[in-house]
Design a protein around this ligand. Structure first.
Ligand code: NAD
Length: 504
């Protein structure tokens, strides 16, 4: 996966045309182990030449790959899925070493990536078109879906295995070739995938990886041979990627940030709701786009709920994700410091800091990027701890008087990724599912991440473009439709006719 650099640290190289490529740009970034705070690897940052080389390899591979039979493609996908499943623990360990999340959580994200691989194994079925016989005399019409060409995938740090895995199995299964630009913070999982693809027999050039920052992203966005971009990251960058990519004629799906609300109605099972709020608020140190960050307590439940959550938070252990702990460190020291500043901001704005994560005693090296779970109560919608996506282990309780006020709060939020309602009232749940303006809704389920055969994606500032990830929308995104009208001539139907074709 890595080669030795000039310092003693290994370098995470690009992967171009079936092999590692050190890169022409010469720029390198640091990759940390967040649980020790040490730089463990360096990663090559791609410049224009590296990206162009990867796109050229992908374009050259496209001609043959799109013509490879569906049975060959699905055999390779099956083989890839088997290899990844057999070695899932190895991939999870890589994720934990660069992201920091606990091993069980890393394994969870690998299992969600595997689900998409399994879905993509069904590509022969997924690409089936329609056929209408005899739409006119001896005329048949049928629809087919064809691959786009080279597609770019740009992914965030928080799911280095799952998020790329939402896209590349389907893109490749559909006959496209891929250039993946993973997050520079945890780049090794992508190269691990590239090595496994090679073992599974994927032809060289079909799956390429370039590392780096804005320079690599911008080149992918402007490159004329890149036909589509799947992006996942923060909302300002998602908006930029969508606008820039579509301006240069590309098909773009850009999934952005989130502020996910969990509404608890007075009739809910408060123990269940408190468990869910803790799991969804602090799992992966809150660095999940589907994390619950705003708990909307419909009175009179707030006091009881805050007490139950506080009780549970006292039991959360924070430490090195390779140990038996519940929550790992944050991804970088800069991010840890940024999240910690929100704790000051919340107090200054008048919220009650019920649990302060800065006092945590971690089970890990002193130099790790630690911040324990924090809980705010009496948060109001004007406070920055409510308006901003903090992306850390901070849960804010907003008290509201009624279901209507809860709904209004959720719908007024500019984000619309995920939301959940906790209630024992089926009618209220059904009303919420119908009225809420959010892309993914949980009913007594706090993190409603759809399974791979449904599509993942938010509304409003949580997604730019009109296609969600994986499921049928993923297949649709990576293919274009064509409709064929065919007639095998009977000589009696010849002759000139300048009229518009009619079916009667
Ligand atoms: P980020 O926006 O900083 O980075 C995402 C990608 O964009 C990375 O590959 C990065 O290298 C690149 N990038 C960074 N700055 C850039 C710039 N100026 N120009 C072009 N490219 C740039 O996001 P992150 O911090 O890696 O990930 C966390 C964010 O991702 C959160 O906002 C989270 O909500 C979001 N996210 C959303 C989803 C979703 O499905 N909606 C899923 C996971 C994460």
């Amino acid at each position: 996966m890595t080669s030795p650099g000039s310092s003693s640290l290994p370098i995470v190289a690009h992967w171009i045309d079936g092999k590692p490529a050190d890169g022409a740009a010469g720029r390198l970034g640091d990759v940390y182990d967040p649980a020790t705070g040490e730089v463990t690897r360096r990663v090559a940052f791609a410049g224009k030449r590296d990206v162009d080389q990867a796109v050229a390899a992908a374009l050259a591979a496209f001609a043959a790959w799109r013509r490879s039979s569906l049975s060959r493609r699905s055999k390779i996908l099956f083989a890839f899925r088997e290899i990844v499943a057999d070695r899932a623990a190895e991939l999870a360990a890589i994720v934990t070493s660069e992201h920091g999340k606990v091993l069980s959580d890393a394994l969870g994200e690998v299992s969600r990536a595997l689900e998409v691989m399994e879905f993509a194994c069904g590509i022969p079925h997924l690409l089936k078109g329609g056929y209408s016989e005899e739409v006119s005399t001896q005329v048949d019409v049928y629809s087919i879906r064809q691959p786009l060409g080279v597609v770019g995938i740009i992914s965030p740090f928080n799911f280095p295995a799952m998020v790329p895995g939402w896209f590349f199995p389907i893109a490749i299964a559909a006959g496209n070739t891929v250039v993946l630009k993973p997050s520079e913070k945890d780049p090794s999982a992508s190269v691990w995938f590239a090595e496994r693809w090679a073992e599974a027999g994927l032809p060289e050039g079909v799956f390429n990886v370039v590392h780096g920052d804005k320079e690599a992203v911008d080149r992918l966005l402007e490159h004329p041979d890149v036909k589509a971009i799947s992006f996942v990251g923060s909302t300002p960058i998602a908006r930029y990627v969508y606008e820039t990519g579509t301006r240069s004629g590309k098909r773009v799906q850009a999934l952005g940030g989130a502020k996910n609300h969990m509404v608890v109605l007075p009739d809910a099972d408060l123990d269940l709701a408190a468990d869910a709020a803790v799991n969804a608020g602090f799992g992966s140190a809150g660095e999940r786009c589907m994390a619950i960050s705003a708990l909307v307590a419909v009175e009179p439940v707030a006091n009881d709920l805050v007490a139950k959550i506080t009780e549970r938070m006292a039991k959360i252990t924070t430490g090195d994700g390779r140990r038996e702990v519940d929550m790992g460190p944050l991804v970088t020291s800069a991010h840890r410091d940024k999240v910690a500043l929100y704790l000051d901001a919340g107090v200054e704005a008048g919220a009650d800091l019920v649990v302060d994560g800065r006092s945590v005693v971690p089970d890990g090296a002193a130099s790790g990027f630690w911040l324990g779970p924090s809980l705010f109560d009496n948060v109001t919608p004007d406070m920055s701890i409510y308006t901003d996506e903090i992306f850390g282990p901070v849960l804010s309780v907003v008290r509201v008087p009624s279901y209507e006020a809860a709904l209004e709060l959720v719908n007024a939020n500019p984000y619309g990724n995920g939301t959940a309602i906790f209630t024992n009232d089926g009618g209220a749940a059904r009303r919420f599912q119908q009225e809420v303006e959010v892309g993914m809704v949980g009913i007594n389920v706090p993190i409603p991440v759809p399974v791979s055969y449904y599509s993942f994606g938010g509304w409003k500032s949580s997604l730019f473009g009109d296609s969600h990830a994986h499921g049928s929308e993923g297949v649709h995104f990576y293919t274009r439709g064509k409709v064929v009208t065919s007639r095998w001539l009977d000589p009696s139907h010849g002759g000139i006719n300048l009229g518009f074709p009619r079916t009667f």
